[in-house]
Design a protein around this ligand. Structure first.
Ligand code: SER
Length: 313
């Protein structure tokens, strides 16, 4: 029998594409989408949808019991830029939702958990290039603190209670199908929209701000590959480093100009510059490659072609 999977935060940037990918793979009936807000049509037509608050343990438990859920993907979170404005709300959402899901697994109500961490776990004292799996972290954002604490909880629940929780540190994610919300890497999606709509873009980061990024198709594939890996192969139970590409705003602008020669960009750094400056420029993901065979497929050129073609439709 097919396993039943619940996605919390299914209406978000990753959750939407993840839900549709899981439904394509396993059929819609066993993939339960849920979010605190009303769903978009494509999430309710292709399978079940539940209105659900990821910070409410009993509400999640009810849905888990009702559908006999085997696995939870917890995609609900407040991202880096928004979390700086609402620190305690970010902490409550990001922490309590994770502890709820880990506790359900600890009580044997579900078998497996996916929870995303982020390059935001790193901080100003972290080595910036080829950031290793294990290094000084010391995040300086509310979001990063919550993700770092979350990683420690995941490792703890695995070690103490045998909970099968799996995680990757996503870089900035780029997709033409869904919009990000409240992140520091959001510019790398917005720039394509503005390039096609207006031919120019005002960037909130400096032109030389290099950050790790990934095309969404790679991110979804990484997630599914990690979740399908043999348990015995996984040596990291906090969260795996995961790399796709790294580029600066100037470089993404140049790659857009190869398709749209008249495209222009200007730079007006705001509070998000400080967040970006505290994060790595590139990530060493050799542990993910060694343990579960991770290999990215999209570089900047391929991403730009896909983004402009996808949005152009
Ligand atoms: N993309 C996220 C952000 O910018 C990082 O995980 O907040």
């Amino acid at each position: 029998m097919d396993k039943t999977i619940l996605i919390l935060g299914a209406c978000g940037q990753i959750g939407t594409e993840l839900t549709l990918a899981l439904r394509q793979k396993h059929g819609g009936a066993h993939i339960i989408a849920s979010d605190i807000r009303e769903h978009t049509d494509n999430l309710s037509i292709s399978g079940p949808f539940e209105l659900l608050d990821a910070t409410n343990y009993e509400a999640i438990e009810d849905v888990v019991m009702h559908y006999e859920v085997d696995e939870i993907y917890l995609m609900a979170a407040m991202l880096s830029a928004t979390a700086e404005k609402f620190p305690s709300r970010a902490w409550n959402l990001n922490m309590n939702s994770l502890l709820n899901v880990l506790n359900l697994a600890k009580e044997n109500k579900i078998e497996k958990v996916f929870w995303p961490s982020s390059i935001g776990v790193f901080g100003p004292n972290t080595p910036k290039q080829n950031t290793p799996q294990h290094c000084i972290m010391e995040p300086s954002t509310v979001y990063g603190i919550s993700k770092q604490a979350g990683e420690r909880w995941c490792a703890y629940y695995h070690q103490k209670f045998g909970v099968d929780v799996r995680s990757v540190r996503y870089p900035g994610l780029i997709s033409w199908k869904t919009l990000p919300g409240g992140g520091t890497t959001d510019y790398a999606v917005d720039i394509y929209h503005k390039a096609l709509e207006k031919g120019n873009y005002s960037c909130f980061l400096r032109e030389d701000t290099r950050l790790p990024m990934m095309y969404m198709e790679d991110a979804i594939r990484a997630t599914l590959e990690l979740m399908e890996s043999d348990r015995g192969k996984l040596t990291v139970r906090s969260s795996y480093n995961l790399a796709g590409m790294s580029f600066t705003p100037a470089e993404i602008a140049q790659s857009i100009r190869e398709h749209l020669p008249d495209f222009t960009i200007s730079y007006t750094p705001d509070f998000r510059q400080e967040i970006a400056d505290s994060w790595p420029e590139s990530i060493d993901d050799s542990q993910a490659r060694a343990d579960w065979g991770w290999m990215p497929e999209f570089d900047l050129q391929k991403t730009t072609s896909e983004m402009l073609a996808g949005l152009g439709k």
